[in-house]
Write a protein that binds this ligand. Structure first.
Ligand SMILES: *[C@@H]1O[C@H](CO)[C@@H](O)[C@H](O)[C@H]1NC(C)=O
Ligand SMILES: *[C@@H]1O[C@H](CO)[C@@H](O)[C@H](O)[C@H]1NC(C)=O
Ligand SMILES: *[C@@H]1O[C@H](CO)[C@@H](O)[C@H](O)[C@H]1NC(C)=O
Ligand SMILES: *[C@@H]1O[C@H](CO)[C@@H](O)[C@H](O)[C@H]1NC(C)=O
Ligand SMILES: *[C@@H]1O[C@H](CO)[C@@H](O)[C@H](O)[C@H]1NC(C)=O
Length: 950
């Protein structure tokens, strides 16, 4: 008992020590944990993930690796993961995580291994994957990802392993063009595993070139069409090519012969035509499958007897004619020959010195009329469907029937010991010890052999596995293998049981996730006989057998005592923590930490999950704004004041301070800052921090120097917006909105898009501000939310106004109004006239500039050419269509504006206006952009105005 007290005190000390060290990654991991179930139980013990949470590794108290293979995780992977910016390894393989892969994954700039094998992820692969500039392994196989392969993956120049197999991917294989990246840029990749999807289109010629280092090209079982590009012959490093089970057409290119290192070639089940290809040069070839193509009728090729490494020759249904050369059967390692459904004729002579590995020669449905039996009798020859089997004397012959498969499937035998009978759930290991093994299947995508009955091969694999686990000091006692079989995809499947060390009846979590990682990360590498593999795990029960027998009661008692202590400790610590926080606050005030004082009972929910967003005390912000002085006040709105401030690091900020009485509920405020702190894009104003202290609610934003677009259009900002700048502003703000709709997780509808809410920075880059009224769509399957109508008159989507159903298309409508405002510089509603109707009435599509000269803003520069203005008007009017379904999406709008700019000879990717230097900025700074919008309540120009607290 005394020892336990000591432990308890030690534990207290450790907890205390960690809880006082600020650890942002801890907050983030706790947020991640909230979106998942079945996280390891020891994640509950201690608030600091770097203090031994299973599956978490840290350096300098930042998380660098998360490996949680086979933990039985369910739930989703939240966008919070993007905040773990030091993360290098993420392995969530063999779990049941659902939902889509968050685009914020692209924020993990240090990530080297992204392993999400065999989960249940759905939805598209985010384009942001291309931002993972240090990624080496990307294994996303065995999920239900859909959509096309993001071209941006081509930007990951470090990528070595790209496995997208066994998903539901569609579209074609992306290659680079002048402006977009593509997979042809992956010159360090050795593995392209794309099998088992629905990828379509032709294999682009450009995908292959002599700088590629690919060794495995696995495109099997897709919907690829077109011809095999002859550039394939340029990738001299290739060892395995699988293009089988597609709809490829045309001739096999002759320079495939240049691939002298090729071990395996699968072109079966396509629509290939022309002569049977000449493969004389493929001297390393082990496995060849050309079955079921529509080749021209061809003589038995000469290379049949020259490819001395062949183990397997599958060419059924390939229109071969003629007599089989006897030399074929002398190839030393030949195991299986399948040439059924051809027109081979004459006599079959296996010769007298065949390969001693030869198992089977299948020549069903040919024209063979003589069989000269000699040599080994153990070889199975099948001649069913040949003239020889129609002869009366042969009908009973062995070779005229299909032999039943009598092989006993391989299964690892006990290691010279007698298996014990184990209690239920446990299995007797090859070392005859009862234990709970980690069970799964190894799938080999291109084994070099076809003789599945050769147990020596499996024994070799087993000893490779055992050696591997011994050398890596993982807690594995031994491995057993059984039931090898071929799957429909032609993969070799072997069931594996991995047994824990003898004195552990089962794996603990650390042990198991190491073993899982060794297979998801391909750290275990079998030799070339087996080639590349993937592993699929069965769920592991960490508690199996734990509550049986006498010891269980004691266990439960000890467990609850310890648990109780932990609970007490946590409560005590929480108290100390809060007290400390209070102590460290300034003497005059008793509440400076919004964390310590976050009022959970006052309807505001748990402490907000803040990442990268700072909690400021009232004193701090007071200091940064000269006590909220008059000089620092840059605006007033219905909800309160906006102050300009300067942080100690020199950063300028705009602080929105709600007046007492117009503060919102704590919960609303919390939701708001949690949402805002997650949004990061160069065309969106970012939240720097907040203050929820001493009854104050303040939001701290980055300060944007050049004010609102509205101010610039009205001439108040002191610089002129020419046509080019307006195009750039349109594009920038469209991209900001596109990000909110398509990339934010959960998606965000702005709800108040207007020129007052688009700010311009020092380089006139547009930044969308104030998603204060934004609505998150939450569940990805929902396409709209029903809400009380909010927004600003003149910009408001009529459909939303009528139905209260808010969709992204409501923002598109408002953005259309913004586009019209950009060219006319008129308020949406001015003197009772509505800008949309004005433009429509004035325009005449048959005339130059659609006859809009009189409506256009004169300062746009009518003298200069307004290239693309007509298309600009067209897209604006499409945005303001009556019904949402006729409006484009924001990403369509972005594409269209980009295209308008390209046609006008502008680079849509350039950051700022090309000729910005020729204009002096004389920002008066009198009115600040943050002035007009109610973040905490709704100012006069909002609808409905009755919410105005004044
Ligand atoms: C590759 O194959 C083509 C066609 O068979 C041949 O003309 C060419 O010389 C070969 N290239 C190399 C580098 O061997
Ligand atoms: C032959 O290949 C075609 C095209 O892939 C496929 O549709 C057909 O089912 C295959 N036939 C056999 C017998 O496998
Ligand atoms: C012929 O080829 C197909 C496709 O590779 C294969 O599935 C089949 O087992 C082969 N043999 C026979 C006798 O059809
Ligand atoms: C888990 O198992 C490993 C290896 O058997 C052992 O070293 C470690 O102490 C175990 N961890 C716990 C928490 O029991
Ligand atoms: C992952 O596997 C690769 C080889 O496949 C190996 O080089 C690397 O060290 C492994 N990563 C870890 C963390 O073990």
């Amino acid at each position: 008992m005394e020892a336990r007290i000591h432990q308890f005190l030690l534990f207290l000390f450790i907890c205390f020590w960690f809880s006082t060290a600020q650890n942002d990654d801890g907050t983030i991991l706790r947020a991640l944990k909230d979106s998942m179930d079945n996280t390891p139980p020891n994640w509950e013990d201690n608030p600091d993930p770097c203090s031994g949470w299973d599956g978490i590794r840290c350096r300098d108290s930042r998380v660098i690796s998360i490996t949680l293979a086979s933990m039985g995780l369910t739930g989703t992977l939240s966008g919070d993961i993007g905040q773990l910016t030091e993360l290098q390894i993420l392995d969530l393989s063999y779990n049941q995580l659902t939902g889509s892969l968050t685009p914020r994954i692209g924020d993990l700039k240090k990530l080297t291994n992204l392993l999400l094998v065999d989960c249940d992820f759905t939805g598209p692969l985010p384009e942001t994957l291309g931002n993972l500039e240090n990624l080496v392994f990307m294994s996303l196989n065995l999920n239900r990802f859909s959509g096309s392969i993001p071209p941006s993956i081509g930007n990951i120049s470090t990528l070595y392993w790209l496995d997208l197999a066994d998903n539901q991917l569609t579209g074609s294989i992306p290659v680079s063009s002048g402006t977009t990246p593509g997979l042809d840029m992956l010159t360090n990749a050795l593995h392209f595993h794309f099998g088992g999807n629905r990828i379509s289109g032709a294999i682009p010629e450009q995908l292959f070139h002599s700088n590629m280092k690919l060794i495995h090209l696995l495109f099997e079982n897709n919907q690829l069409t077109g011809t095999i590009p002859d550039t394939l012959g340029l990738v001299r490093t290739l060892e395995v090519v699988r293009l089988d089970r597609n709809a490829l057409t045309g001739n096999v290119p002759s320079n495939i012969n240049n691939l002298t290192g090729l071990f395996e070639l699968f072109l079966s089940n396509n629509l290939l035509t022309g002569p049977v290809p000449d493969l004389t040069g493929l001297t390393s070839l082990n496995y060849l499958d050309l079955s079921n193509n529509t080749f021209d009728q061809s003589d038995v090729p000469s290379w049949f007897s020259t490819l001395q490494s062949l183990t397997t020759l599958n060419m059924n249904r390939t229109s071969l004619v003629g007599r089989l050369p006897r030399d074929l059967f002398r190839i030393p390692n030949l195991q299986n020959v399948d040439l059924s459904d051809n027109r081979l004729n004459g006599s079959l002579d296996l010769g007298s010195s065949q390969s001693n590995q030869l198992q089977q020669v299948n020549l069903q449905n040919n024209q063979i009329d003589v069989f000269q039996q000699s040599g080994q009798n153990s070889i199975v020859v099948i001649l069913v469907g040949n003239p020889i089997c129609m002869e009366s004397g042969n009908t009973g012959a062995e070779f005229c029937s299909i032999p039943p498969n009598t092989d006993t499937p391989y299964s690892t035998q006990p290691n010279s010991c007698t298996p014990t009978s184990c209690r239920s759930g446990q299995i007797s290991s090859p070392n005859c010890r009862c234990a709970y093994p980690y069970t799964g299947s190894l799938f080999f995508r291109a084994p070099s052999f076809s003789d599945l009955g050769n147990s020596a091969i499996y024994e070799a694999l087993r000893s490779q596995l055992n050696d591997f686990y011994r050398s890596t000091q993982m807690p594995v006692d031994t491995v057993s293998l059984r039931d090898p079989s071929k799957t429909l995809d032609g993969y070799l499947r072997i069931i594996v049981q991995i047994f824990p060390f003898a004195d552990n009846q089962r794996f603990n979590r650390t042990g198991l996730l190491d073993v899982g990682f060794s297979l998801s990360n391909q750290t275990f590498k079998p030799n070339n006989t087996f080639g590349t593999y993937f592993f699929q795990a069965a769920n592991y029960d960490f508690t199996a057998g734990a509550s049986g027998g006498n010891s269980s009661n004691t266990g439960v008692i000890i467990g609850s005592v310890v648990g109780g202590c932990v609970l007490v400790a946590i409560l005590v610590l929480a108290g100390i923590y809060v007290l400390r926080k209070k102590d460290s606050a300034e003497r005059t005030t008793h509440e400076s930490s919004p964390f310590a004082l976050w009022d959970e009972n006052n309807g505001s929910g748990a402490v907000p999950q803040l990442k990268g967003t700072k909690a400021f005390s009232f004193e701090e912000l007071s200091k940064y704004t000269n006590n909220f002085s008059e000089i620092n006040n840059i605006g007033t709105g219905g909800y309160g004041m906006v102050y300009k401030g300067s942080l100690p690091n020199g950063q300028l900020v705009a602080i929105k301070r709600a007046t007492r009485g117009s503060t919102q509920g704590g919960l609303e405020f919390k939701t708001e800052i949690e949402l805002l702190s997650r949004v990061h894009h160069k065309n969106l104003v970012s939240l720097v921090g907040f203050c929820f202290d001493q009854g104050e609610q303040m939001l701290v934003y980055e300060f944007i120097v050049n004010g609102t677009v509205k101010d610039s259009l009205s001439g108040r900002s002191g610089f002129r917006l020419d046509w080019i700048r307006r195009l750039r502003i349109a594009l920038g703000s469209a991209k900001g909105l596109q990000y909110l709709h398509d990339l934010a997780d959960p998606p965000i509808i702005h709800r108040d898009v207007k020129t007052n809410n688009i700010l311009l920075d020092e380089r006139l880059v547009a930044k969308v501000a104030d998603f204060g009224l934004s609505k998150s769509l939450g569940d990805a399957n929902r396409t709209h939310v029903t809400t009380q109508v909010k927004g600003t008159m003149g910009y408001m989507d009529p459909e939303y106004y009528m139905t209260n159903q808010l969709t992204e298309k409501s923002d598109v409508y408002s953005f259309g109004v913004v586009l019209l405002e950009l060219i006319t510089a008129r308020n949406p509603i001015e003197k009772g006239k509505y800008i949309v109707r004005e433009v429509k009435e004035a325009m005449d599509r048959s005339k130059e500039l659609y006859n809009l000269q009189d409506v256009l803003d004169p300062t746009i520069g009518l003298s200069t050419q307004l290239k693309g203005l007509e298309r600009f008007v067209d897209i604006a009017l499409r945005c303001v269509e009556e019904t949402g379904d006729r409006r484009p999406t924001m990403s369509e709008v972005v594409k269209e504006i980009e295209s308008i700019m390209e046609v006008a000879g502008l680079n849509p990717n350039a950051e700022s206006a090309s000729n910005s230097a020729s204009y002096g900025y004389t920002n008066k700074g009198s009115e600040h952009p943050y002035t007009n919008d109610g973040l905490f309540a709704y100012s006069g120009d909002h609808f409905p105005a009755k919410l105005d607290p004044k």
